[in-house]
Design a protein around this ligand. Structure first.
Ligand SMILES: Nc1ncnc2c1ncn2[C@@H]1O[C@H](COP(=O)(O)OP(=O)(O)OP(=O)(O)O)[C@@H](O)[C@H]1O
Length: 317
């Protein structure tokens, strides 16, 4: 986290126990404003419990949670929650409210003027590819799962909270819809400036969305770091094994053209955006998109292989 920014969220030594089961054990992290943290780990490792401690849906047995520098216990739970966007896997739209009414719930609770609520709702629906003329007056049961998830996201963003908590927000979707909504999510201007904590058990999702990942196992932090650090510098054997099955797909997502540049010479003069991942570059090369690359798939993959090999042997030294 940059040293000059006060953390938007600070969690220090939190614990939660149900009976004899220690569900979250001594977890600490700090998140800078605008950062996206993904809570990742196998089912039952404590991700949701940890997320719910941030908005007081679960009270820790020990430790401290601060939002914007204030202990959450000193803030009334309802007021705290209105200031934090929250999206759950089951979406939780109110069935007898229209799409627009669902999105307007928190802004209206906050007493925002009606015209402002309506304008904001229309903007969000448009951004999320749900034209308001068609969808604003529909009811949740008239929407597909993916459309409901978008409305859930719009609702969380409606009052423009600086912090958004998301619990498996794409969990109910099929893999193709999931990948496309994830792309939209990444590109959503509304989210760029926000501090986001997102729970998932999907490693590809974590790698695509996270600035940093907190990997949990049985309530304990295994590693907190960038996707690249977790993949290339695993802190424990659990971390290494957790990513083993999808290692290649993840490497394609953490290596960028900047990493490959030394291995692509002397044809590197035409290199495009250096922060393009190898995965994106491969998609561009194979989808027929007219990209001005000075290399082909074979050259790209050869350079990628060498870059990975060098990065891995550097870590073992
Ligand atoms: N209210 C509760 N009472 C008792 N045990 C609970 C309670 N809430 C959660 N647990 C237990 O705590 C553990 C962690 O649950 P949690 O929902 O935080 O895990 P998770 O990592 O989010 O799992 P998943 O990915 O399956 O949603 C589980 O074993 C769960 O059964």
């Amino acid at each position: 986290m940059p040293a000059d920014l006060a953390p938007a969220i600070r969690v220090a030594h939190v614990r939660k126990q149900y009976g004899t089961h220690a569900v979250v054990q001594d977890v600490s992290f700090a998140l800078a404003p605008g950062e996206t943290l993904v809570l990742l780990g196998p089912s039952g490792c404590g991700k949701t419990t940890l997320l719910k401690m941030l908005n007081r849906l679960v009270e820790p047995d020990a430790g401290l949670v601060e939002i914007n520098g204030r202990d959450v216990r000193q803030q009334p739970a309802a007021a705290l929650r209105r200031g934090l966007g929250y999206v759950i896997q089951q979406v939780g739209l109110l069935p007898h409210y229209t799409v627009a009414e669902n999105i307007g719930v928190v802004p209206r609770l906050l007493g925002q003027p009606e015209a402002q609520v309506e304008a904001r709702t229309a903007t969000l629906l448009t951004r999320l590819h749900l034209p308001p003329a068609r969808y604003a007056r529909q009811y949740p049961h008239q929407l597909s799962g993916g459309q409901q998830q978008r409305v859930g996201l719009a609702r969380a963003l409606a009052a423009d909270p600086p912090i958004i908590l998301l619990d498996e927000p794409f969990g109910a979707l099929d893999p193709i819809t999931r990948a496309s909504i994830r792309r939209e999510f990444r590109e959503l201007e509304e989210l760029r400036q926000k501090t986001v904590v997102l729970v998932t058990h999907d490693v590809t999702e974590a790698f695509e969305l996270a600035d940093r990942i907190l990997l949990l196992h049985q309530g304990q932090v295994q590693q907190l770091g960038t996707p690249r650090e977790l993949l290339l510098q695993p802190a424990t054997d659990f971390v290494r094994r957790f990513f083993a099955a999808e290692r290649l797909a993840l490497q394609l997502r953490v290596f960028t053209l900047a990493d490959l540049q030394p291995y692509l010479q002397p044809t590197a003069a035409l290199l495009p955006a250096m922060d393009t991942t190898v995965h994106e570059a491969l998609e561009n090369l194979t989808s027929g998109a007219q990209m001005q690359y000075s290399f082909d798939v074979a050259q790209l993959m050869a350079a990628f292989g060498r870059a990975v090999q060098d990065a891995e042997s550097a870590w073992k030294l």
